[in-house]
Each structure stands twice: as structure tokens, then as C-alpha cells.
Design a protein around this ligand. Structure first.
Ligand code: HAM
Length: 417
């Protein structure tokens, strides 16, 4: 029996003070992406299941094991989004943004849903911030994307390692040719693979590189790698990306086994890891997905992007609360008239853009002063019935412990100085 007073397994409440940090990560991400020309996008939390089956891949674990899929009252199969790239490409195609100026640069922040086994840094509902640049196959976009990821993580106080690879394109002289070699290798070694991974040889051979099973990991160290079998064009593309990253002083480690967990990737694939995290060490991941639009039923439309897990950024980084509660003045009242005036004054200050709070429990003076300290306000404005006739109030500097008498109508100007 589930306990109705407990959040479902793998989910959690983001409470203050963590919620301030959460908000700060989101703000920092969207601000820095906006400075690079990425406009915010929001898409529905659920999509037609087909979007993910076609986009992420039918034989992909996220799709066949981890999706929250349900049938609605109209007998439609819908799925809580496990990721944002397929929905963003769907939105671009549906709204014909690809017919406007390219690349379409979009940024997002929001919850994703995957029914994974919960552990530190891995939740069933988790937050992502990310970007997608759609409509350019130029390797400069790859470098821009990777470098924006690097700068975002650095701005969050994370010391990261960037793992970089190219997984080529779906051509016979490139990834498809390589897959034949890989399948041949895996078939010859099938008995040595962990039993759980043997089916992948037929369903999704590339995913054997993602296995955490010791036996499989051992075998895969000897497997042929895609980076040795790229076509000339893909190799040149990758060389250009690396060159631009060098120009931007973004250091990377080439990782020929990196294939990423979603099936839409082509060309550049990358992950940022942090030692501050445990087993779930990937704090940001992304890559190019030049075939995704066509897989969804659109025309050819190259794209690249990344997403970073907010939960993991908070675990690995040092973001701060962005100032936390934004209360500048706390209005304290003694007497009935003063209490009424306190509510009016709090709103006068708020409407003037000044953070203000007041007692809403009918506390005595001592309790109100204590609450003023708790609120983080710099000032306490003390109103008393007797003094109101002359508009006199006491303005107390809570940090310095000094106070002066100030006219009621001068408060807003005094506290925002
Ligand atoms: P992903 O690697 O599946 O890629 O997820 C990106 C990031 O989301 C991960 O590196 C991790 O930080 C976070 N994340 C994933 N699953 C969980 C979880 N269960 N709990 C907590 N955090 C998690 C994508 O989602 C792609 N859509 C990224 C992308 C954008 N590729 C191109 N454009």
C-alpha cells in the first residue's frame, strides 16, 4: 500500500532553502543561454508516445523500460516527457520555425520523467536545463553548444571533465559499416557478455558500450570503436569541432567508447562528468541529432543541443541561493490601527518594488521583532498607534542595531537607499 502522505518513489519536494538554489540554477542557465541568442521555449509535459518511440528509438531503454506512458479517456497513448529534444524538434516542425531564420536557438528548463531505479542524483522526476540549435550542420554550432555547456557548469562552481566523441552519420561508409563490424565482434563474444546484455547484440548493439555490467565492460574494451571508422566528411567535421574548442580553451578528453544513451545522436557526442557526484557522475550530456527531424516525419533538419540535470548541478556545484528571500523591510506593528497600517505599508513598499513582509499571526512586539530577524530583512519599520497621528515611525537597521524616527511617507525612499 502506498502512503498518501509520501511523495511517490523517486520523486521529492524541492523545499526552501534548496528551492532558492534550484531557482538560481535555472535563472543562471537561461540568462547565460539568452546572452548567446537562445530564446526560451516551453512544451507540454506530455506528448504523443509516438514522438519518443520514433525520436529516441523503439529499442532504446528509456523508451521501452522507463517511460511513464498512459492512455487518456480519448484512447490516445500519451507519455510524460523523458527528455526535451524530441518535443522541441516536434514544436519547431509543427510551428514551422524552421522556415524562419536559422539556426533556431531555443533554451528550456523544466521537469522530465523516467522510471529509473532511484539513487543519489537519479530521480523519477528530475529537472533539466538545456538548449537546442536547430537548422545548421556547421561544426561551429557544435563548438558553441559544447562551450556553452562548459561555461554554464563553471558558472555553477562545478569542476568538470568533458568527454568528447564523434559517432558519425548513418551511412554505409560510416556508422552503418562500423555497426556491421561491431555486430560481428559482439556475436563472436556473445557468451562472454553479461546475460542481461546479450539481447542488445540484435536489438541495439551500440548500447552495449553503455552497460555497467563488469563482464560486458571487459569485453567492450576490446571492441572496435566508431571513431576509427568515420567517413572523411564526419572526420573533417569532428576535426573542425575540436579546433574551435581549442580556440575557446575548452579542454576535452577524447572518449571513443562514448555513444550516449539516446538513439538519435549523430556526429558530435559529449558528456560532462564531475567527481563530486557518485555513480551518476554525468552532469550534462548532449550531441548532434541530424536525423531526428526525419525520424519524426519532417524534412532534413540538422540539430545539436545538450541538457543538464538540475538535481546533479546542485549536488556537484556551489550555486548559492541567489540572495534567497528578497525581503528588504519588515513592518512591525503595535496596536490595532498600526496593524492595519502595516498591511497597507507593506503593499505600498511591494508596489514600489521593495521586498516587504509583516506579521500575519497577531504576534506581540517581541515575536514580531524575532520574525523580522528570521525574514532576512535589512530594516524593521515599527508602527505604533500613538505615533500614527503624527506619521512618525521608527526605522530600525537590523544589521547595525541603530534606529531613527522617520515619517511614514518617507519610508519607501529611506529603505531602498
Ligand atoms: P540525457 O543524457 O538523457 O540527455 O540527460 C541529460 C542530463 O539529465 C544527464 O546528464 C543528467 O544530468 C540528467 N538526468 C538524466 N536522467 C536523470 C535522472 N533520472 N535523475 C536526475 N538527472 C537526470 C538528454 O536528455 C538529451 N535530451 C540531451 C540533449 C539535448 N541532447 C541533445 N540535445
Amino acid at each position: 500500500m502506498s502512503d498518501p502522505l509520501k511523495a511517490p518513489r523517486g520523486t521529492r519536494d524541492i523545499l526552501p532553502p534548496l528551492s532558492w538554489e534550484w531557482q538560481e540554477v535555472t535563472r543562471r542557465a537561461l540568462d547565460s543561454f539568452a546572452r548567446a541568442g537562445y530564446a526560451p521555449i516551453d512544451t507540454p509535459l506530455f506528448e504523443h508516445t509516438e514522438i519518443f518511440v520514433r525520436g529516441v528509438g523503439e529499442a532504446n531503454e528509456v523508451v521501452n523500460k522507463e517511460m511513464y506512458t498512459f492512455t487518456d479517456k480519448g484512447e490516445r497513448s500519451l507519455t510524460l516527457r523523458p527528455e526535451m529534444t524530441a518535443p522541441v524538434v516536434r514544436a519547431v516542425l509543427e510551428n514551422r520555425l524552421d522556415k524562419g531564420p536559422l539556426p533556431v536557438k531555443l533554451a528550456y528548463a523544466g521537469p522530465m520523467f523516467r522510471q529509473e531505479r532511484p539513487q543519489k542524483g537519479r530521480y523519477r522526476q528530475f529537472g533539466q536545463v538545456g538548449i537546442e540549435a536547430i537548422g545548421s550542420a556547421n561544426p561551429m554550432v557544435d563548438a558553441e553548444t559544447v562551450a556553452l555547456g562548459a561555461d554554464f557548469l563553471s558558472a555553477c562552481g562545478i569542476s568538470w571533465t568533458l568527454l568528447l566523441n564523434s559517432i558519425g552519420h548513418l551511412g554505409g561508409n560510416c556508422r552503418l559499416g562500423y555497426l556491421d563490424l561491431l555486430i560481428e565482434f559482439l556475436k563472436a563474444r556473445r557468451d562472454e557478455l553479461a546475460p542481461a546484455d546479450r539481447d542488445r547484440v540484435d536489438t541495439n548493439p551500440l548500447r552495449t558500450f553503455d552497460s555497467k555490467e563488469a563482464a560486458t565492460v571487459d569485453v567492450m574494451t576490446e571492441a572496435p570503436v566508431i571513431s576509427d571508422h568515420l567517413c572523411d566528411e564526419c572526420r573533417e567535421h569532428f576535426e573542425a569541432v575540436k579546433g574551435y574548442l581549442d580556440d575557446l580553451s575548452v579542454t576535452y578528453t577524447l572518449h571513443p567508447q562514448l555513444v550516449r544513451g539516446l538513439d538519435y545522436y549523430t556526429h558530435t557526442a559529449f558528456e560532462f562528468t564531475s567527481d563530486a557526484l557518485g555513480a551518476q557522475s554525468t552532469v550534462l550530456g548532449g550531441g548532434r541529432y541530424d536525423g531526428l527531424s526525419e525520424a519524426l516525419g519532417g524534412g532534413p533538419l540538422p540539430g545539436i543541443g545538450f541538457a543538464s540535470g538540475i538535481d546533479r548541478v546542485l549536488l556537484a556545484g556551489n550555486v548559492g541561493d541567489g540572495g534567497g528571500p528578497a525581503v528588504t523591510a519588515y513592518v512591525v506593528a503595535r496596536g490595532q490601527r498600526a496593524r492595519r497600517e502595516a498591511l497597507r505599508l507593506a503593499f505600498e513598499l511591494r508596489r514600489a518594488g521593495i521586498g516587504a513582509d509583516l506579521d500575519l499571526l497577531g504576534r506581540g512586539m517581541k515575536g514580531q521583532m524575532k520574525d523580522a530577524d528570521r525574514s532576512g530583512a535589512r530594516w524593521a519599520v515599527i508602527l505604533e498607534d500613538e505615533a500614527l497621528d503624527t506619521e512618525a515611525t521608527t526605522l530600525r537597521d537590523l544589521a547595525a542595531g541603530e534606529q531613527t524616527t522617520v515619517k511614514l511617507h518617507e519610508i519607501a525612499e529611506r529603505v531602498c537607499r
